[in-house]
Structure formats: structure tokens, C-alpha cells
Design a protein around this ligand. Structure first.
Ligand code: AMP
Ligand code: MG
Length: 487
């Protein structure tokens, strides 16, 4: 276990130089205080969880103090936003404080979001509010616990600093961690500004640090791109299987590592709705739930375009062609598991699609349905679940297919089936209304609800005593919460 001043830095991105990032110091928050910390994320830095409660912790992650070895930098990137190219973006309110490595030799970027203005702030104030910082913290740690690759969050620091959004709010900072904060938009920036030397440096950097195994391949850059395609296909299959809607899949929000990145108006589905749009400024539904699949490919094509100086167009096209079949295979595999199936049959895709259509038409809770399906033997479970469906005859027809499919699947006890299904079907997810309750309490100075919710979501598959209220469908007020995009 390390003390806070014992972190070991190795600032590899900062060393790339001023073409890639600008030195900026964090702008401190007034009266910084700990809102919530993640023990699991602390462990990644070998930090003893008790240090989160010390005043110096809030000072460090509230922008007041800095390690001597930290080199805070605002990174420059660009990206396609809602389909249109924005030539320059960058860390407008976040700073890469430095890269730390732990005793296992893993590197973690420490990125402080809400740290004040930078050369890339454009019209913004460089700040993040408590509401959005809590949402990012809870989502990153909850996704990780579900087994969905994501950036991590160490802590949220609250403050008295006033920040103006639609109304006056309070500034906060969230300390985000990832092995890299490099986005698709980094490559686009150097491609469109026609800086081939810097672009090559960036590509070498990513290859050496994050895809070293691709070095062994005859065409290392192509192998790396292929790997990025594969990781994105797997990631988006997980989003779709678990009902996660990102909301702002601009290429500047897509990680080069294929992890969930940059949280804004995201949402987990309550009722299943393929057409769900969580971002209220997304009038055309570009980033609706079901559109995440083709948009994943669109984003990869934008990255491919930026890689044309290194890889032939034909090879890029071929690699892009891997995306959909891989997505489908991963998705179907996850959905089979969610249904408790251990074998594969040709008609399984149809079984899944028919179920989703029925759920869509009746507004069935996406998470609880699968959990309950595993609670009891298949025949009994479907009898109990049918009341949730308006089209009962339609559900009965599906249930017959399902029971027969389970019968053919194998000879296992209900104990085994339940255990297997509960290990992939969470009881607790980050529902918008749960986040909202925690935020409302935190805004009035009570952080206990954020901490409790974080705790519950860190073990989403385990039924936890006394936590029934976190495994319920939303109350009426919580069904259609408008999550503000200003964050
Ligand atoms: P986002 O929609 O959060 O992914 O941000 C898009 C771009 O706007 C990024 O370059 C951000 O750094 C920048 N940005 C967002 N909010 C602010 C803010 N309050 N101040 C400065 N820059 C911001
Ligand atoms: Mg962003």
C-alpha cells in the first residue's frame, strides 16, 4: 500500500511534446471536499482507501496541490460531432495530470475533469458541475462492475465554487483513470491538419504502449486497426446486451482502447426501447439505442480515413468488414447467456428478436426480466412473467419456443441454471432516477446516498440484503427524466 506522495509517475504522453498537449495548471475549487471515492480504483494505484478521507486528498484532486512529478497537460484533438467535422477540440476542462504506474507495472492516466480553462475551452468555463461529475463517477465504476470495459473513476471532489449552467450550480472535479486518454479524434486532428510527422509519432506511441503484440505482425498498423475494430465490436455488443445508451458517440468521445469513454447524457434502459434517445439535443436520434451499432462502424470508418497515410484503403476496408459479423457474434453470445442457454442453435437470433419486440411493445423492464427469468425453472418463470406483457398470446407463443429451447439445451438443475444466469443478469443497474436521488441529496450536502449507490452497483450481480429499493422499476417521476446535456 502506498501513501499519496508515493505515487510513481512516468509521463509518456507529456513527453511527446507541445504539438500534442499544452502545459496548464489546474484552477483550484473553493473548499474542496470528498464526495465519493472508489476503493477498487484506489487499489489500482496501490493506494490505501483510508487516504481518501484525508484533507490532502481533496486538495490534490480539487486542484490545490500537485505532485512534483506530475505534468498537467491539456491534450489537443478534433473529431466528428453528430456527423460533422470539428477541426479543433481538445481538453477544454480536463487535464491529464500525469501517468502513474502501479506495483503490477500497469500505467494509469490520471485525468482531472473540471480543472479549469485551457487553450481548448472555446466558449466554455472549464468547469464541471457536481451533478455530471457524480454521474460520470457512478457510470464508470458501474460499467466496470458489469464487465463492460470503461474508463474508471477514482473520486469526485465537491466545492463551493459557483458554476452557471441553466441555473447556478456547484463546481466539482472527477478524477478519471484509463490506460490512455487517446481518442479517435487525436488521429483525426493530425490527419486533417496535415501533420504527418506528428501523426506517425502518435501512431508509434499507441502501438508501442497499447498494442505491443501488433509489432510482431507483418503490418503492425493494420493489425492495430483490426484490434481496435474488434474491441469496438465487443464493446458495443456489451452496451446493446445490457441496455447502455452512451448518448454522444462523437469520434472525440471514442477511446483508442475500445473502452466506454466520456460520459454525458448516457442512460441505462429501464423499459426496453430500441428507439430510445437519451440525449435531448439529439433531435434526429443519431445516437439512439439501436443506432449505436451502425454508428460504431461509422466512427471506425472515420478513424480509418485518418489512418490512410499508414494503411492501404483496401486493407482498411477489409478490416472494417470485420465489425458487423463480430458485433453480431458477440451480441448473440451474450444474449444466449442472458437467456441461460449454453449451446448455440441457428434460430437463437430469432428467439432474441421476438422477445425484444414483445418487450418493446409492452414496455417491459429490460433488466428485471432477465433476472426473474433465472429465479425459477423456465416453465414457472415464464408463467410469472407473462403478466408484464400486453400481448399475452404473443408472449405465450414465445414462451413455448423458449421452454422447448431450454429443454434441448441440456440437463442441468435449476440451482445451476440460476447461478449461471444470475452471474450474467444484474439485479442492480444505474437507473437514471437512482442517480438523480443521489445527486439531489449530494447537492444539499448529503453524500451518503451517492456512496451507498456506488457500493450497491459495485456488486450488481449479487443480491444485497436491505437493498431492495435499488432493484425496482422507476417511479412515475423517474421514468422520463430529462437529463441536461450541459455538464
Ligand atoms: P463533450 O461534449 O463533453 O465531449 O465535450 C466536447 C468538447 O467541449 C470537448 O473539447 C470539451 O473539452 C469541451 N467542453 C465541454 N464542456 C466544457 C466546458 N464547460 N468548458 C470548456 N470546455 C468544455
Ligand atoms: Mg468529450
Amino acid at each position: 500500500m502506498k501513501a499519496l506522495d508515493e505515487l510513481t509517475f512516468d509521463n509518456r504522453f507529456a513527453r511527446l511534446g507541445d504539438a500534442f498537449s499544452t502545459h496548464v495548471l489546474p484552477e483550484p475549487l473553493d473548499a474542496p471536499r470528498l464526495v465519493v471515492a472508489s476503493n477498487a480504483a484506489m487499489a489500482l494505484l496501490d493506494l490505501d482507501p483510508v487516504v481518501a478521507e484525508t484533507p490532502v486528498f481533496a486538495e490534490l484532486f480539487g486542484g490545490h496541490k500537485l505532485w512534483a512529478e506530475a505534468e498537467p497537460r491539456a491534450m489537443v484533438y478534433s473529431g466528428h460531432q453528430f456527423g460533422g467535422y470539428t477541426p479543433q477540440l481538445g481538453d477544454g476542462r480536463g487535464l491529464l495530470l500525469g501517468e502513474v504506474y502501479n506495483e503490477a507495472g500497469e500505467h494509469w492516466d490520471l485525468h482531472l475533469k473540471g480543472a479549469g480553462m485551457t487553450p481548448y475551452s472555446r466558449m466554455g468555463d472549464g468547469r464541471a458541475v457536481l451533478r455530471s461529475s457524480i454521474r460520470e463517477f457512478l457510470a464508470s465504476e458501474a460499467l466496470h462492475a458489469l464487465g463492460i470495459p470503461s474508463s474508471r473513476a477514482l473520486c469526485v471532489i465537491g466545492s463551493d465554487t459557483p458554476v452557471w449552467r441553466e441555473k447556478q450550480e456547484r463546481g466539482a472535479m472527477v478524477l478519471r483513470m484509463a490506460p490512455s486518454h487517446i481518442r479517435f479524434g487525436h488521429f483525426e486532428y493530425f490527419y486533417y491538419t496535415k501533420k504527418p510527422e506528428q501523426q506517425a509519432l502518435l501512431a508509434e506511441h499507441v502501438l508501442n504502449l497499447h498494442y505491443p503484440e501488433c509489432r510482431e505482425q507483418p503490418e503492425p498498423y493494420l493489425a492495430m486497426f483490426r484490434e481496435i475494430v474488434e474491441r469496438n465490436a465487443e464493446l458495443i455488443a456489451k452496451w446493446q446486451a445490457y441496455g447502455f445508451c452512451h448518448g454522444v458517440m462523437n469520434t472525440d468521445n471514442m477511446s483508442i482502447l475500445g473502452i466506454t469513454f466520456d460520459f454525458g447524457p448516457f442512460a441505462f434502459l429501464d423499459d426496453f426501447d430500441a428507439h430510445f434517445i437519451c440525449n435531448h439535443s439529439d433531435h434526429e436520434g443519431r445516437y439512439s439505442f439501436s443506432n449505436q451499432v451502425p454508428i460504431g462502424q461509422w466512427n471506425l470508418s472515420a478513424l480509418a480515413q485518418a489512418l490512410t497515410p499508414f494503411i492501404s484503403v483496401d486493407a482498411l476496408k477489409e478490416a472494417l468488414g470485420l465489425y458487423l459479423p463480430l458485433y453480431q457474434a458477440n451480441y448473440l453470445d451474450l444474449m444466449r447467456r442472458r437467456l441461460g442457454l449454453t449451446t448455440a442453435e441457428d434460430d437463437d437470433q430469432n428467439l432474441v428478436e421476438r422477445l425484444l419486440k414483445l418487450m418493446q411493445n409492452s414496455g417491459v423492464d429490460y433488466t428485471l426480466f432477465f433476472r426473474r427469468l433465472g429465479d425459477e425453472p423456465a416453465a414457472l418463470a415464464v408463467t410469472k412473467l407473462r403478466d408484464d406483457f400486453v400481448d399475452m398470446a404473443g408472449f405465450d407463443a414465445w414462451a413455448e419456443l423458449y421452454k422447448a429451447r431450454v429443454e434441448r439445451d441440456g440437463d442441468y438443475s435449476q440451482e445451476q441454471r440460476r447461478e449461471r444466469m444470475h452471474a450474467v443478469n444484474p439485479l442492480y443497474i444505474l437507473r437514471n432516477y437512482l442517480a438523480q436521488n443521489a445527486i439531489t441529496a449530494a447537492e444539499s450536502g448529503d453524500y451518503s446516498e451517492v456512496r451507498r449507490l456506488h457500493e450497491v452497483l459495485s456488486k450488481p450481480f449479487e443480491e444485497q440484503a436491505g437493498m431492495e429499493q435499488y432493484a425496482q422499476r422507476p417511479p412515475d417521476w423517474g421514468k422520463h427524466l430529462e437529463i441536461s446535456c450541459s455538464s
